[in-house]
Design a protein around this ligand. Structure first.
Ligand code: SAH
Length: 346
């Protein structure tokens, strides 16, 4: 095991079998070893800086029916909303005042946000805050659409691959959604020059260690600029309502591995991690993460953007309470910075 950890640290690459072995045979002691190497790597590239992103959840209307997701179209209990351009801009204004220099626009796949509508919003944000980065997380779109949004000024795009195994993908999604198209989107985004983020849920239904090994191999080979990894958490109004949540411990272990595969990657300590454990956010950072994405959505939207049960949105999770987050991070030796926080390429 120690040999394997050293190999990962030195070569940044393992075989599928080795990744699976590393996950299956984990102990607390190995987890601490990986975490300490991961912190060292993050420190070599980014120092003790933690980047913040202001997350704006612009719509929970979605044409998709992903089995795990609380805003899936079949969920009739979900109260739907969509922010107007003015509301989105006023979130940015507030975020800008607090010091955020990245705005992440995330939402369901809502047909209202055509290229025309979304490009107009991106252009306006870039015009008002030229020093800020705009990240989009609006799901699967065409090459032409991603191109138009890039030309409008979008800098980054988050699109988790969710699972790198096609069969597992089909157990989490309805038939019309395929891993092949997700991968097409990720390739398009990369070729258009976006800083691109992929990622997956830990402990999603039917997930095996073999699947996770494939996720790690995919992340190694695709070499994304960012990677979102958080535990699966069930939502009461989805087909997966009785499935158990992913663990804090395995999520942190995987964050450390991803940091060792790609020392330069931007790795968020996710809201889902903070939701399953009161110290989740800090533990993610201590496992090698270097980004947090506090919520900048209007209060009413926050409570309706329920991807999973009990999703956090107050306290240090709220973008308006940056001071709380600063205290939390400084208590573990890290410093929240309000720079743009672009990826440092190798
Ligand atoms: N429509 C956009 C944004 C999706 S929400 C897109 O397709 O990219 C962002 C992420 O939340 C998803 O990629 C998924 O990995 C995660 N998510 C959704 N439901 C979840 C759940 N029940 N538990 C944990 N994470 C979930």
């Amino acid at each position: 095991m120690i040999k394997l950890i050293e190999k990962l640290y030195n070569t940044r690459s393992l075989s599928l079998d080795e990744y699976e072995y590393l996950i299956s045979n984990r102990t607390e002691e190995y987890a601490e070893k990986l975490a300490s190497l991961a912190r060292q790597r993050a420190n070599e590239v980014y120092g003790n800086k933690i980047f913040v992103r202001g997350l704006i959840e612009i719509t929970n209307i979605c044409k998709n029916d992903c089995l795990y997701c609380g805003i899936r179209r079949s969920n009739k209990a979900c109260q739907r909303y969509r922010l107007t351009k003015e509301e989105i801009l006023s979130c940015c204004e507030e975020g800008n005042r607090i010091g955020y220099k990245t705005f992440v626009l995330q939402g369901g796949e809502d047909g209202f946000f055509t290229d025309e509508v979304l490009c107009d919003i991106v252009k306006e944000i870039k015009k008002r805050y030229p020093e800020a980065a705009v990240t989009l997380s609006m799901g699967e779109r065409s090459y032409e659409s991603y191109k138009a949004l890039k030309e409008a000024g979008a800098d980054r795009y988050l699109l988790r691959h969710e699972t790198a195994d096609p069969e597992h993908y089909s157990m989490l999604h309805p038939e019309e959604l395929t891993l092949e198209n997700r991968m097409r989107c990720l390739d398009d985004l990369k070729s258009l020059g976006y800083q691109v983020g992929c990622g997956f849920m830990v402990g999603s239904p039917y997930q095996t260690y073999g699947h996770i090994a494939k996720d790690l191999k995919f992340i190694e080979e695709f070499s994304p600029d960012m990677c979102g990894i958080g535990p699966f958490i069930s939502h009461r109004d989805t087909p997966f309502k009785d499935e158990k949540s992913g663990s804090l411990e395995l999520t942190c272990y995987l964050l450390s591995i991803v940091r060792l595969i790609h020392p330069h990657i931007l790795l968020p300590s996710t809201t889902a991690l903070g939701t399953i454990h009161p110290d989740g956010r800090q533990m993610g950072i201590l496992s090698g993460a270097n980004v947090v994405m506090p919520n900048l959505s209007p209060e009413d939207a926050k409570s309706k953007y329920t991807l999973y049960d009990n999703k956090l949105h107050s306290g240090a999770e709220s973008a308006r309470e940056l001071n709380k987050l600063k205290e939390l991070m400084s208590s573990i030796g890290y410093k929240i910075v309000t720079e743009r926080g672009d990826v440092i390429k190798e």
